[in-house]
Design a protein around this ligand. Structure first.
Ligand code: ARG
Length: 396
């Protein structure tokens, strides 16, 4: 690390706050950038903190709308749940944050860009890859946490040595928040996360004794309205987070396989993300042919893994998205959801493109296949399986 101007991706949290001090100590001029992706934080306060800690300039960039429409809603179209559980909040926001930081770096003619990612996590892959794509391979990335193996206690010591109070609400958890997901890491390896780790959701045990009902409308796979009211993407997400979180819905707790060879216990809050994906998947099921439905899962899985793995930059993403968009062309309609004490279910759905037809499906009314038609179908359909089973002497 030499002297010069560095642009730092600044969250306002403990580690990146310590980084301002550390980089200043090495004689660098520090420009901080905080990207608003819907984290519920006092961003004016974050800016003030940056200046107090020694930043020469600070940028707050409002990217909520962009994050909602160009990142989160792509995740809805792809039903993106990593390892069937995690709605990718952190993974989706990183490339956008890195792109905004890169823009500032270009604007101020930075010598370096810096971030606070650890060498044990996924985020370093997501940051570095986007920075390299936007700024070129010669970009000088400083990642002091990774380079020096900084731990929490080091960051606290760095700040205290200069007389600063370490930021952080309870200090017990490492939180990453944006409007799609609140990611919580803490000291709970083999136990239930304590209630004070949660902020968006009430405990299902304490949720009201009355179900919440709401209807989400989709156009071409994109959520556009709640209860018939059109809303901006980020407003729609924030509203669902509030309403469903109050019903105790939206917690995820699982063991996750990281990119970097570890498993980790991950706890999330993501009421809107989980509900929108559930509703979207349900609508797809009503609209798709069986062939489409089965194939779509492959596209979804490929897109989700790519994004989790820090490969937002990978050209395959645009091919997958072209196919995902094409398959979402008829995913238009509405889904009524009910949430109650932590659970959520679909009460009804409607789409003009649904191929579910009461007349066709009803056993007692409408069209009925002729006896011979059904018999012939069953015979041919089971023929090969029966042939093989008989040859092998397989019993029941
Ligand atoms: N495991 C998640 C991911 O890799 C979330 C990481 C969240 N980071 C945090 N400081 N809590 O996307």
């Amino acid at each position: 690390m030499g002297q010069g101007r560095v642009v730092l991706a600044y969250s306002g949290g403990l580690d990146t706050s310590a980084l301002i001090v550390l980089l200043r100590e090495r004689g660098m001029e520090v420009v901080t950038v905080t990207v608003d992706v819907g984290q519920e934080e006092d961003l004016a306060g974050v800016g003030e903190r940056a200046y107090k800690l020694g930043a020469s300039a600070h940028y707050t960039i409002d990217a909520k709308r962009e994050f909602a429409s160009k990142y989160a809603f792509k995740a809805v179209k792809a039903n993106a749940l990593y390892e069937d559980k995690y709605p990718l909040g952190t993974a989706l926001a990183r490339p956008l944050i890195a792109a905004k930081v890169a823009e500032v770096a270009k604007k101020v003619g930075a010598d370096y860009v810096a971030h606070g990612c650890t060498g044990k996590g996924n985020d370093q892959v997501r940051f570095d890859s986007t920075l390299r794509l936007v700024l070129g391979d010669d970009v000088k990335i400083l990642a002091p946490v990774r380079e020096l193996g900084l731990r929490r206690e080091h960051s606290v010591a760095i700040l205290e040595s200069k007389g600063f109070k370490p930021p952080g609400l309870h200090g017990k958890y490492s939180i990453d928040e944006n409007l799609w997901t609140r990611s919580i890491e803490g000291d709970f390896w083999d136990s239930e996360p304590p209630e004070d780790a949660f902020e968006w959701t009430v405990s299902p045990e304490k949720a009201p004794d009355k179900a919440v009902t709401l209807t989400v409308s989709f156009e071409k796979g994109v959520p556009v309205a709640i209860n018939g009211y059109k809303m901006d993407p980020h407003e729609l997400i924030l509203r669902l987070n509030r309403v469903l979180g109050r019903a105790g819905y939206g917690r995820v707790d699982h063991i996750e396989n990281r990119i970097v060879g570890f498993k980790s216990r991950e706890v999330y809050e993501a009421p809107a993300a989980l509900a929108l994906i559930e509703a979207h998947r349900d609508l797809e099921k009503a609209v798709y042919t069986p062939m489409e439905y089965r194939f779509k899962k492959l596209l979804d899985q490929a897109w989700t893994d790519l994004v989790y793995n820090g490969l937002w930059v990978e050209p395959l993403r645009s091919h997958l998205e072209a196919a995902i968009d094409s398959m979402n062309k008829y995913v238009t309609g509405s889904v009524t959801l009910k949430a109650y004490k932590g659970s959520l279910w679909i009460a009804s759905r409607h789409s003009d493109y649904s191929t579910y037809s009461k007349d066709l499906e009803d056993y007692n009314k409408g069209w009925y296949p002729e006896g011979k038609e059904s018999e012939g179908f069953v015979k041919l359909y089971t023929m090969h399986s029966l042939l093989a089973a008989k040859k092998r002497g397989a019993g029941i």
